[in-house]
Design a protein. Structure first.
Lengths: 255, 344
């Protein structure tokens, strides 16, 4: 009995998932829910066969390419920006209001303008993804860099350590847990950003496929694309957690 | 939704179409192997669908290649989007409802012109279910109508009602996403939707799941007239690449002829480029668009032409529905038919 309980506890989330899917399937069957309202899980599974694996891969890669590029650029901009903000009060005063303006602007509303301005191709989609995902990285990293106990920075100064050493050997290690938390949030936002961009302008991608399928009332295909989107988000989220665990195992239980 | 007698677009075999395409390329002295192809980007007004099949057929059947053109197709997000993309220089040519061009011109002008008419009748229609009791506008009073949030049909709706002596507020309207309209109708949450006739096959399939049958009432039956879906080009293309545009318009005309004569092959061309599309729906959409392309107006004026009187009528409908002054613009200034071949 205790072994059964142990297994149930260990696989609680999987069991709950299976239970929800079964209830969903039975509910659709029992209440004769039309496929254009909510397709049953079995219909979603069948929808995967309506497109060839290579076409699914094409759509998935189109979205991941934009999400990963946007995420990489967001990280490359956000981390140095966070360091600059914590190093200089002047820069912080000048830049912070702009960051808040960008974050407060609904990107969905300005996405069509970005597409018109930047033209066809992958560029406007990457810009939209970057804009959506970079803010949490800046704020969390800056918070982490500023959270170093004052005695540590005072000690480094008393030992005449350079500002660069202070940042790389004291502040950055303190900021790592914050940075990785932000990266996990940002990667899921990057997927959302790529989908938002594809809703506005794209010829392929999972967001485009969802838009196309819903506009032609093939809701099961749209749900199948959603399943891949969610799975992609979970995998990327897991990869960042693994990266932190492998490279900075000591940072996991802080922050 | 029956296809009418094909008067301006004679039925032809694929072989004949291919031969004429070849003859056309020889006429121009163009051979893809001898000359580099001219790149042309085409901005569609919406996602790939059967009513846009001619562009895909033009690529698949080689009409554009034979005209020395390498065509790339970009799906759009509405006529206003297509006109904006053309104006911004993000595409060379495009397809859009001429109403959107007129609206953009009245709002301040855009460097875009319509170069060939495709629909000489408006595609707007009321979709309802058999047995709803809605057979005309009078019987629609008091019934609930769903319309897409962004559609050229929305603006026309009150003007159509007013010209038929019906107060627009006597029919309650729900604005919704286009993908929500057929499900709302199928579930009986609304009594009718405002659509393009070309979208009937998709609505039919949704209604069939609820055991209902679609009934289509074209707004042209209630006096709405004018041009619709048209081929457009940016002024930059018109000024800087007139010869390329002339070849594109001619090849498009041939592609439309081919698509009208062979809807199955044209639908297959879309399916080949867009595997997620449903072949039967694509063909149905294309067949439903044929009466808008080939009708007594195109027979009278020639396919692709813009009759000044009908163009003025089109503008009057747009001006009245959007509250523009009818004198705000000369609709003839928005079209440039120099690129139509001698055949029109």
């Amino acid at each position: 009995m205790s072994a059964l309980k142990r297994i149930a506890t260990r696989y609680a989330s999987l069991i709950a998932f299976i239970f929800v899917v079964l209830a969903w399937e039975l509910g659709c069957d029992l209440f004769q829910v039309p496929a254009f309202v909510l397709p049953a899980p079995s219909a979603i599974l069948t929808a995967f066969t309506t497109l060839s694996p290579s076409r699914w891969f094409e759509h998935t890669w189109a979205t991941l390419e934009v999400a990963l590029l946007g995420f990489a650029i967001a990280t490359a901009i956000a981390v140095p920006l966070a360091i600059t903000i914590t190093r200089s009060k002047l820069v912080s005063r000048v830049v912070m209001p702009w960051l808040i303006v960008i974050q407060s602007t609904p990107i969905v509303a300005i996405a069509p303008i970005i597409v018109v301005t930047l033209g066809a191709g992958v560029l406007p989609r990457v810009v939209i993804t970057t804009l959506i995902s970079f803010f949490p990285i800046v704020i969390s990293t800056a918070t982490g860099l500023a959270s170093v106990p004052a005695e540590f920075t005072e000690l480094s100064r008393s030992l005449r350590a350079s500002r660069n050493r202070e940042y790389w050997q004291i502040r950055m290690p303190y900021a790592l847990p914050h940075l990785f938390s932000a990266l996990r949030v940002a990667i899921t936002l990057a997927i959302v950003g790529a989908v938002v961009a594809e809703f506005v302008a794209a010829e392929r991608g999972l967001g485009y496929l969802i838009l196309y399928s819903t506009s032609s009332f093939r809701i099961a295909v749209a749900f199948a694309a959603l399943v891949i989107l969610v799975a992609s988000s979970l995998v990327l989220y897991g990869l960042i957690t693994q990266l932190q665990r492998r490279l900075f195992p000591w940072s996991e239980h802080r922050g | 939704m029956t296809s009418r007698h094909n008067s301006t677009l004679p039925s032809r075999s694929a072989g004949a179409a291919l031969l004429s395409g070849l003859g056309f390329s020889l006429l121009l002295g163009l051979s893809p192997s001898a000359h580099a192809l001219d790149a042309v980007s085409v901005q569609l007004d919406w996602l790939p669908a059967g009513d846009k099949a001619f562009v895909y057929a033009g690529v698949a059947e080689g009409f554009y290649r034979d005209a020395g053109l390498e065509v790339t197709i970009r799906p759009g997000r509405g006529s206003a989007d297509a006109v904006t993309q053309l104006a911004a220089g993000n595409a060379d040519v495009g397809t859009a409802g001429i109403g959107s061009l007129m609206q953009a011109a009245a709002e301040g002008g855009v460097p875009v012109k319509a170069v060939m008419s495709i629909y000489s009748k408006p595609p707007d229609a009321i979709f309802t279910v058999e047995g709803s009791g809605i057979t005309d506008l009078e019987s629609a009073v008091g019934k609930r109508l769903a319309m897409p949030t962004f559609s050229s049909s929305n603006a026309l709706w009150p003007a159509v009602l007013e010209r038929n002596g019906i107060a627009p507020d006597s029919i309650p309207v729900i604005n919704t996403d286009p993908s929500g309209m057929a499900p709302l109708l199928a579930q009986g949450r609304v009594d009718m939707t405002l659509n393009w006739v070309t979208k009937a096959p998709e609505s039919e399939s949704v209604l069939a799941q609820a055991g209902k049958q679609l009934q289509v009432l074209p707004l042209s039956d209630f006096g709405l007239e004018g041009y619709g879906f048209s081929l457009m080009a940016s002024e930059r293309t018109i000024e800087q690449r007139p010869e390329v545009l002339r070849r594109f318009v001619e090849a498009s005309r041939r592609a439309i002829e081919f698509s009208s004569a062979h809807p199955d092959q044209a639908a297959a061309a879309v399916k080949a480029a867009v595997p997620e599309a449903d072949l039967a729906v694509l063909e149905g959409e294309l067949r439903n668009s044929l009466p808008l392309i080939d009708n007594e107006i195109s027979a009278r004026d020639g396919f692709g032409a813009f009759d000044p009187a009908l163009l003025s009528t089109t503008w009057e409908w747009i001006a009245d529905s959007m509250d523009f002054d009818r004198d705000a613009l000369d609709p003839a200034s928005l079209v440039d038919t120099r690129f139509l071949g001698a055949e029109q």
